[in-house]
Design a protein. Structure first.
Ligand SMILES: [Fe+2]
Length: 402
């Protein structure tokens, strides 16, 4: 397949501008906060996504390239052992220099050189550069969603509960709710990516899985349904919870999803649009795996495995009478995050992109309201530790067919 250098450059510019557009509504101070160790300051995201292109494109494909600032490799490397030492994640906000202004200048400098690398690289090296650049763009898009997650957490810490934007991304209401769940026909089915389009290494290869007949619910669980669980004392009944989950309920005093707040006039939810009365018909969001599992137990149902989830979408599609609500909240599956049989990590230092995280996490499927459009695809595997809930995570129920 021939690679169009100018088309690739246009994609690069589009993705880079989109990141800046996400930060545009922020105040200066919002860029610097790290209220909890797993939240990164937006300033760091702006630098780190730039560092990715410097480390993996400019260093490799621009002859004679000299590092923009030798300190930046240490400040903005996230987790690549092969690249060298780095600031540990909980300490990211301790770095006040480079300043936000300097980080923006760094972005502009790298943005000025990427076109040079792209236009001057030899035809022989172009495919390799294009592959890395494309990965860099999908990486930056992942950080766009992370920015939305982190911005929500950061703004929620302020007592005025400021809105990010009146039209900030929030999970949309599923318009039609067919009552009967969808029957997924069991058998040996294929899951995973086999296309020529971009996919992360963890989505490949396509492979066979054995699926039993299963029923998958058409729509994600709503706030109304989840509120019934809360009102029924779901957070007080240890028998509904996995042991580790119950420990979190007790230690962190969980009594509702992360951004629910009970005020004098009932439950409210903080979103990127500010604090508003709970939208009962919207999908429940910002629940941990433990909460998703406990809710399913309370309903006498269960979460789907990722093989069941993907098979359901392949058999029924996503529109009309198919699997609905995909792309509003990520959906927890009951599958542990492991490599697919035949998994081959990306080459070189980029082997660290996904493979080394394949333990102690659960897979989520589907995409969310803050995901860039092309990330909402049926083979995409998101993953988080089961106690995490600052991501846009919700619930879809499954039940045995027999
Ligand atoms: Fe990253």
């Amino acid at each position: 397949m021939s690679i169009n250098r100018e088309q690739l450059l246009a994609q690069y510019n589009q993705v880079r501008r989109a990141t800046e557009a996400i930060c545009a509504p922020l105040e200066y101070d919002d860029h610097l906060a790290q209220p909890i160790e797993f939240v990164s300051p937006p300033k760091w995201h702006l630098g780190h996504t730039t560092w990715f292109f410097e480390a993996f494109i400019l260093n490799a494909y621009l002859p004679g390239y000299v590092a923009y600032d030798p300190h930046f490799q240490w400040v903005f490397n996230s987790y690549y052992e092969a690249v060298g030492d780095r600031v540990q994640r909980p300490k990211r906000a301790t770095i006040t220099r480079p300043t936000l202004v300097q980080v923006r200048a760094y972005r502009a400098a790298v943005d000025a050189l990427i076109p040079v690398a792209l236009r001057t690289v030899s035809d022989a090296l172009l495919p390799e550069l294009a592959e890395r650049l494309t990965l860099g763009l999908h990486h930056e898009e992942q950080h766009q969603e992370l920015l939305c997650m982190d911005i929500t957490y950061i703004l929620r810490c302020s007592p005025s509960r400021p809105a990010y934007a009146v039209d900030g991304p929030t999970p949309g209401i599923c318009s039609s709710h067919p009552t009967a769940p969808l029957l997924v026909r069991g058998g040996v089915h294929q899951i995973g990516d086999a296309s020529d389009a971009f996919a992360f290494d963890n989505e490949r290869p396509e492979h066979e899985v054995l699926v039993r007949d299963v029923k998958i619910h058409c729509a994600p669980v709503t706030n109304r349904e989840y509120l019934a669980f809360v009102d029924a004392g779901g957070y007080q009944k240890h028998n509904l919870w996995l042991s580790d989950g119950w420990a979190h309920v007790l230690n962190e005093e969980w009594e509702a999803p992360l951004y629910w707040e009970k005020t004098g006039d009932g439950w409210h939810e903080f979103t990127l649009r500010g604090l508003h009365p709970l939208e009962l018909d919207a999908p429940v969001c910002h629940v941990s795996y433990y909460e998703a599992d406990a809710f399913a137990q309370w309903c006498g149902k269960r979460l789907p495995t990722e093989a069941e989830w993907e098979t359901a979408v392949r058999q029924h599609g996503t529109g009309g009478r198919g699997v609905q609500g995909i792309g509003e909240t990520w959906e927890w599956t009951s599958s542990a995050y492991h490599p697919y049989p035949g998994f081959k990590p990306f080459a070189g230092a980029l082997a660290e992109y996904n493979g080394k995280f394949m333990v102690n996490q659960m897979v989520l499927r589907g995409g969310c309201c803050a995901s860039p459009k092309e990330h909402v695809r049926i083979t995409y595997r998101n993953f988080f530790q089961p106690e995490m809930r600052w991501q846009f995570s919700g619930i879809r129920l499954a039940e045995d067919a027999t």
